[in-house]
Design a protein around this ligand. Structure first.
Ligand SMILES: *Cc1c(COP(=O)(O)O)cnc(C)c1O
Length: 429
């Protein structure tokens, strides 16, 4: 049975087909690397919530125990003598993280958490003047991003009412048209200081073309940054090639590093050693050779690491390492090619239901979405969501009327997708 993506018609209904797809899946073994949540009777849930909190790799425990053991045995000496010395620990994550987001190693650092990093990036990259002071975001941007952006505008003495440009879908449409994004950038022209979009919209699952947005923004003199919370580990980002000035993301969604874990940050290499960029600084961003000199004037590390403030929490880093080692083993390209199939298969099965109560609002083109499908429920009936939850599906409900589901290629199977749509069918009838 060949699996050809471009033709949805290659998919078939029925459990046997899903099971066959699982048999042919070269990444199938990775599911066993993860703890799959179960109910009290030990039945596995259909977990489709990796867009919100990724599952725990079984290896995470060992990675954490290693650091606890070294801390116990070595105390402060662990900074240099732990199996994975804590002093340079974040460097052990860099290559794998860079591979996942398509960046050069010196453009990437794991530090802080997403909203914190977004602020740090805006400190450096949102530098409004009396004539160029606007920030463009999505109308339905994630609330934290909106708060961060508004507060930065106020911090500089401006008013969000004048300076916040919101991208809104056309009347009667849910997702943004690429040409409308570019046209809005044009409309605001030289008053636009910063374009800051979620590269994958958290609500609709729409994946934006970062390169064309960046090119357009730059052509008018704006800075362009992305919040990749829903993109990192989900779809190929090619951050370096996009030309974006900066990007931030979290690692607890598709990167499976545990609740509240550290975030990632990208600074394009052309800014690596720009002495004119203002930034908030701390000792961990200082030249490693002289960091402990303590009295030297701040001498930033070249590249994204120069934005670090504090020595990082090693236990959280260890959990990220556990996860990134799995990504390195599986390969982002392979993951993406399975993700495209899983998502298209889910879409196919949902379409087969032919039920007017529900509609998929996520774009249909694979290059305009990641793993997430956002299912709009007519008449905003949350009851449907409650019922599928009761029937064993872990998904997520977003006001006013959307169920978000994400089939994650590392641990979700085609049978998971099949079970989900069967449950949906039962609960719809
Ligand atoms: C998940 C998410 C956040 C969360 O921010 P934290 O600082 O990690 O709490 C912010 N923005 C977007 C777009 C998200 O999807």
């Amino acid at each position: 049975m060949s699996i050809n993506l471009s033709t949805e018609s290659k998919f078939k209904e029925g459990l046997a087909f899903a099971q066959q797809m699982d048999l042919e899946d070269p990444l199938a073994r990775f599911r066993s690397y993860f703890h799959i949540p179960t109910d009290e009777d030990g039945n596995e849930f259909v977990y489709l919530c990796g867009n919100s909190l990724g599952l725990q790799p079984k290896s995470t425990k060992n990675y954490l125990e290693q650091e606890l053991k070294d801390w116990g045995n070595l105390g402060v000496e662990g900074h240099f003598h732990a199996k994975n010395p804590w002093m340079p620990y974040h460097e052990f994550l860099t290559q794998a993280m860079a591979d996942v987001v398509g960046a050069k190693p010196n453009e990437v650092v794991i530090m802080n958490t997403l909203s914190v990093n977004l602020h740090l990036m805006m400190v450096s990259f949102y530098r409004p003047t009396s004539t160029r002071n606007k920030i463009m975001i999505e109308y339905d941007a994630f609330p934290s991003d909106r708060y961060a952006v508004e507060s930065q505008i106020r911090f500089h003495g401006f008013d969000p009412k004048d300076c916040l440009v919101e991208l809104k879908a056309r009347e009667g449409e849910v997702t943004l048209r690429d040409e409308d994004i570019l046209a809005t950038i044009d409309d605001h022209g030289e008053s636009l200081a910063l374009v800051m979009l979620g590269n994958t919209n958290y609500y609709t699952g729409q994946f934006f073309n970062m390169k064309s947005i960046t090119t357009k923004g730059h052509s008018l003199g704006a800075v362009v940054g992305f919040d990749c919370a829903h993109g990192a580990g989900n779809a190929p980002l090619e951050l370096h090639d996009s030309g974006a000035d900066f990007a931030v993301w979290c690692t607890y969604k598709y990167i499976n590093s545990g609740p509240g874990s550290l975030g990632g940050c990208f600074v394009h290499e052309r800014h690596a050693s720009d002495p004119n960029l203002p930034r908030f600084t701390g000792w961990w961003g200082h030249n490693k050779e002289t960091r402990f000199g303590m009295r030297d004037p701040f001498d930033p590390i070249q590249g994204a690491e120069g934005w670090q403030l504090s020595n990082p929490p090693i236990l959280s880093m260890a959990a990220i390492k556990a996860s990134l080692d799995i990504f390195a083993e599986a390969g982002m390209k392979n993951l993406r090619s399975k993700a495209i199939k899983l998502t298209a298969y889910m879409e196919f099965l949902i379409h087969q239901l032919g039920n007017e109560m529900i509609a998929i609002i996520t774009p249909a083109e694979p290059e305009r979405r990641g793993s997430q499908l956002s299912i709009q429920v007519k008449n905003a009936d949350q009851l449907l969501f409650d019922k599928i939850t009761k029937a064993g599906v872990i998904a997520d409900w977003r006001e006013p009327d959307v169920i978000r589901v994400s089939a994650v290629p590392l641990y979700n199977s085609f049978s998971d997708v099949y079970r989900f749509v069967e449950i949906l069918k039962e609960q719809l009838s």
